[in-house]
Design a protein around this ligand. Structure first.
Ligand code: C2E
Ligand code: MG
Ligand code: MG
Ligand code: MG
Length: 282
């Protein structure tokens, strides 16, 4: 990519780069307006205790309803929001809205917790800790009810800086989670040093975790590793009853996935929260 080569470098352009650059600029322009135009929404997906089926918390997941592009997946716009720096404002909006929403739900579900995805760009922003504090204070949500999710690859891109930022966030009383674990090549030694509370096993492992497969052995190993390190372990992407049962047998404490509950509009959450266990024991 031309922009990664820095000033003074000679870059050979190929025809497709022009179209790519135009697409990028157009998407970035739309994204820039989206916050002001109120085009973002949040959905919430429950995190479920696998032993009881009770909902422990919810993860906020951003949705972009663009008037011209339709519904755009976060996988398609979050990378551009990160590259352009827009993620700082978008991320702050996510934090503020989800904190206010969960504070409201806690009037009926007092123990409900909130997981929020945080990008690398946000993590290294000098005002991030202050912004988190302000968002939670305005919402009236205690920091102990909040877990910030960072992907393993973000943490691994600059391990020393990550450890320092994580430590200062933890002083606020929020909890920290490693998202998409298993995809980012962190070393065992490094994992021990990270001040985190939760580990989310990437759904690629769960998808392949048939009852006898090598992947199931891998999942078992990650669950045990997490427990040895004193972490809460969450399995992402549970899509069927067999995966759920396998994870229960392995002693994995928490799960998320379409088989348990889809990401849902906020209007639907009170009914889901009041509905009792979502995955009762067979
Ligand atoms: P993630 O944080 O790992 O979130 C899990 C993704 O898996 C979500 O996709 C969720 O809808 C999807 N999912 C949940 N259960 C299942 C299942 O059983 N099967 C399958 N196949 N998928 C399942 P989504 O909402 O499209 O988000 C994709 C990614 O975008 C997220 O991955 C996260 O990295 C990023 N993202 C979403 N919201 C935010 C945000 O507010 N801020 C930032 N920085 N990133 C966000
Ligand atoms: Mg996540
Ligand atoms: Mg994930
Ligand atoms: Mg992911």
């Amino acid at each position: 990519r031309a922009k990664k080569d820095g000033p003074g470098k000679v870059v050979v352009y190929e025809p497709h780069m022009h179209t790519e650059a135009l697409n990028y600029l157009s998407l970035r322009g739309d994204l820039q307006r989206a916050l002001a135009e109120n085009e973002f929404r949040l959905q919430y997906q429950p995190l479920v205790r696998l032993d009881s089926g009770d909902i422990a918390g919810v993860e906020a997941l951003i949705r972009w309803h663009s008037p011209t592009r339709g519904l755009v997946s976060p996988a398609d716009f979050i990378p551009i929001a990160e590259e352009s720096g827009l993620i700082v404002d978008i991320g702050q909006w996510v934090l503020e809205s989800s904190a206010a929403q969960v504070a409201a739900w806690r009037r009926n579900s007092p123990d409900l917790t909130l997981n929020v995805n945080v990008s690398g760009h946000q993590l290294v922003h000098p005002r991030f800790a202050a912004n988190v504090t302000r968002a939670l204070a305005v919402a009236g949500l205690p920091s102990s009810a909040v877990t910030l999710e960072l992907t393993e690859s973000v943490l691994m891109s600059d391990p020393d800086a990550a450890v320092a930022s994580l430590a200062s966030l933890r002083e606020l009383g929020v909890q920290l989670s490693i998202d998409d674990f298993g995809t980012g090549y962190s070393s065992l030694a490094y994992l021990r040093e990270l001040p985190v509370d939760e580990l989310k096993i990437d759904r690629a492992f769960i998808a392949r975790a048939e009852l006898t497969s090598e992947d199931l052995a891998l999942v078992r190993t990650i669950v045990e590793l997490g427990h040895i390190l004193g972490l809460r372990v969450v399995a992402e992407g549970i899509e069927n009853a067999a995966q759920l049962e396998a994870l229960r047998r392995l002693g994995c404490s928490y799960g998320q996935g379409y088989h348990l509950c889809r990401p849902s509009d906020p209007a639907d959450l009170p009914k889901i929260l009041a509905g009792g266990p979502v995955a009762p024991l067979a």
